[in-house]
Design a protein around this ligand. Structure first.
Ligand code: GDP
Ligand code: IMO
Ligand code: MG
Length: 426
């Protein structure tokens, strides 16, 4: 059976965790293909909330093999803590498999991430300070340590000694910080983490292909989102990996011909954490209302998210960049109290109208959104279980977003609970 990709279409936190969990019911393998513990994916089951960072959202189903793919950057301490928290809540993590080719987040990555942000001052990117950027930079520089190195203490130490010489120079001479000790790092990574992770390290490419060959359903779960993509996002205000659907191929180890379905997740409005352009941003009371009603605070970092109206220009670009077959729309219920809603249908800049994302980012920074107004429904939709029960104006809003994006919307979220999705169409 071909694979399905779940990809964020905005700036993250669209509800990838919730949708992946919903689809995982029918899946045998769920792979996280990029990112690290900068992600926070929430699943709410019977009022109980699970906030996952590294472990794929299929983990709650005993029938699923959760896989951390080669495209992910892994902080072993965070992973072990996440496993312990889940185990304490009765979720079995022994089925988890981790790619030996995934890169390790090392203590210097986290420190350098924080220091670089401080150095940038008011130009900071607003990263999660988890070491994600520095870890991917080392991967590209070919000086990263990989998960498989945990299995070979001699190689681990050799690689660490080499890289630490440079990192300690930077820490001391650029940032005036104390040097890190290779002995301390080895004690943690090799003595403490390696024995606990060793049974989980596996040939994940083999696992994924065996499942595909056997006709099993494979789900590929993205972290972050299209406009945080290193190549296609609002650079430099992006993450350091490729969340777009193409990243699912490299990050899981499959070719594009295996992917039949690409589901883009979009919130019914927009949010963004951290710095960067945001044409439809709301800074007044409507923005506050979205924050309050949508509980728009980072799942793991607790940071307040910026909010704005739905942007169809971005949605159209996300359709293109990911070959989206459909969109799952979340958090429609958050709009329940609004009298009127706005949707950005195009941008205007210097007398030019842009129906598609301008390639030059200065335009995006300065563009004026062209809005279309739609009536609100002022009805509580959280109990809605079928599309027929959605207020007419809510249905019209969903239909208009679908029309503007150019792909169907098959699922509409009306609350955080696992069951709070309404199916539209077939
Ligand atoms: P992810 O990073 O894409 O997995 O999304 P997050 O979990 O970081 O953020 C989405 C938030 O919205 C979480 O708190 C979810 O529980 C919540 N959520 C998801 N879908 C809906 C929905 O349809 N309605 C409401 N009200 N909340 C939702
Ligand atoms: P999920 O998977 C929202 C943002 C950070 C910052 C930028 C770079 O839960 O949707 P990084 O630490 O990755 O170098 O930070 O990316 N960011 C996210 N924003 N949701 C996320 O993940 C994010 N992961 C990173 O806020 O602006
Ligand atoms: Mg999140």
């Amino acid at each position: 059976m071909p694979a399905t990709v779940v990809v964020g279409t905005q700036w993250g936190d669209e509800g990838k965790g919730k949708l992946t969990d919903l689809l995982a019911k029918e899946a045998q393998v769920v792979v996280r293909y990029q990112g690290g513990h900068n992600a926070g994916h929430t699943i709410v089951v019977d009022g109980e909330s699970f906030a996952l960072q590294l472990i794929p959202s299929g983990v709650l189903y005993p029938s699923v093999t959760p896989v951390i793919g080669n495209g992910v950057v892994v902080d072993p301490q965070v992973l072990l803590a996440e496993m312990a928290t889940l185990e304490a809540r009765g979720v079995d993590c022994s089925r988890l498999r981790i790619s030996g080719s995934a890169h390790l987040i090392m203590p210097y990555h986290q420190e350098l991430d924080s220091l670089a942000e401080r150095r940038l001052g008011r130009n900071k990117l607003g990263t999660t300070k988890r070491g994600i950027g520095p870890a991917y930079a080392d991967k590209a520089s070919r000086i990263g340590l990989r998960v498989q190195d945990l299995l070979d203490p001699k190689i681990f130490r050799q690689k660490l000694d080499l890289v630490l010489r440079e990192k300690n120079q930077v820490l001391a001479k650029v940032y005036n910080r104390l040097a890190l000790s290779a002995d301390d790092i080895c004690a943690r990574y090799l003595d403490e983490y390696a024995p606990r992770l060793a049974p989980l390290i596996a040939d994940t490419v083999g696992i994924v292909h065996d499942a595909l060959d056997a006709g099993s359903e494979v789900l590929l779960e993205g972290a972050q989102a299209t406009f945080l993509d290193l190549d296609h996002g609002t650079y430099p205000f992006v993450t350091s990996s490729n969340p777009v659907a193409g990243g699912a191929c490299t990050g899981a180890g499959i070719g594009p011909r295996h992917i039949a379905r690409v589901i883009g997740i979009a919130k019914a409005y927009l949010t963004r954490v951290g710095s960067g352009p945001f044409p439809t941003e709301l800074t007044g009371s409507s923005g506050d209302e979205l924050v309050e009603r949508g509980h728009e605070f980072g799942t793991n970092t607790g940071r307040r998210r910026r909010t704005g109206w739905f942007d169809a220009v971005m949605a159209r670009q996300a359709v293109r960049l990911n070959s989206l077959s459909e969109i799952a729309l979340t958090k429609l219920d958050v709009l329940d109290t609004f009298e009127t809603l706005r949707v950005c249908v195009a941008y205007e800049h210097d007398g030019t109208r842009y129906e598609h994302l301008p390639y030059h980012q200065s335009v995006l920074h300065q563009a004026t959104p062209v809005y279309e107004q739609l009536p609100g429904w002022r009805t509580d939709t959280t109990g809605t279980t079928s599309v027929a029960d959605l207020p007419t104006a809510a249905r019209a809003y969903v239909d208009r977003l679908s029309e503007l994006a150019g792909v169907p919307i098959h699922l509409v979220g009306v609350g955080p609970g696992r069951e709070q999705f309404v199916r539209v169409g077939d």
